[in-house]
Write a protein that binds this ligand. Structure first.
Ligand code: 4GS
Length: 244
């Protein structure tokens, strides 16, 4: 997959392909990241990339002409990519959208700085608007990095054997169960016995039950959208009874 990122801070976004799963995917050629800086498309002496908003008020917008020129340059290399603008006004990302995007051949991510971009760029150039959550960050770069990481993990071959266990946590629509490693006791808190006994049927059942319980406690909205099977309803009932 090819991902082009338009950003005033390319060094920041570069970091996402320098570590861990995404780094290895990039080394293997599963992900090709290309960074573009609108500042390189300025023609004035000061290379300015911000401009004042019509109507006044505080804050600046990204300057239109360099941004348009930069988008045009990206489009020459990635003519049929979907262009996604990251902003809090976008649809809030879910695993489902991430998985869909992982099937695209190419993708252009546009990172906003300041108060964002001119509405007409949005109308004419942007195919989709995505948000990573209902909060404000200082620039679209971190949002783009979140997208690149989450999408790359879904590219076949990106996850090694060690990482692939993480695949099922959200694909099942539930939160992950608790995990334990050595030592067996920390300040008197013991690892649940079931995990020490080596009965894999019981261990799997315990994990399913804990995942259901955690979701019930922290994200009841996720459970409401799900159709639990008979076994899952029984396990959740037990979890609730035990937690009372
Ligand atoms: C988000 C967000 C964001 C909005 C960028 C104000 C600088 C900032 N981008 N999901 N201008 N949430 N962007 O907060 O994607």
């Amino acid at each position: 997959m090819r991902i082009d990122v338009i950003t005033l801070f390319p060094e920041m976004v570069q970091a996402v392909i320098e570590y861990g799963v995404v780094g290895r995917a990039s080394d293997k050629g599963l992900l090709q990241l290309t960074l573009w800086n609108p500042r390189d498309y300025t023609k004035d002496k000061h290379r300015s990339v911000d401009d004042r908003p019509y109507g006044g008020g505080p804050g600046m917008l990204m300057k239109v002409v360099p941004l348009q020129a930069c988008i045009a340059a990206v489009r020459l290399q990635s003519p049929d990519a979907r262009l996604v603008y990251l902003s809090p006004q976008g649809s809030v990302l879910k695993q489902k959208q991430i998985n869909q995007a992982a099937n695209w051949k190419n993708l252009i991510l546009l990172c906003g700085r300041y108060e964002g971009i001119d509405e007409r760029i949005l109308q004419q150039e942007v195919d989709e608007e995505w948000s990573i959550g209902d909060y404000v960050i200082s620039g679209g770069e971190l949002a783009a990095m979140v997208c690149i990481d989450a999408i790359t993990r879904q590219i076949p071959g990106a996850l090694g054997h060690q990482d692939s266990a993480e695949l099922d946590s959200f694909s099942a629509g539930l939160l992950d169960c608790p995990h334990y490693t050595r030592p067996e006791s920390i300040n008197g808190l013991k690892v649940p016995d079931v995990l020490l006994n080596g009965n894999h049927r019981l261990i799997e059942e315990w994990r399913d039950k804990q995942a259901l319980g955690k979701t019930w406690k922290n994200r009841p909205d996720l459970l409401e959208k799900m159709e639990l099977n008979e076994k899952q309803r029984k396990l959740l009932k037990e979890f609730i009874a035990e937690s009372e």
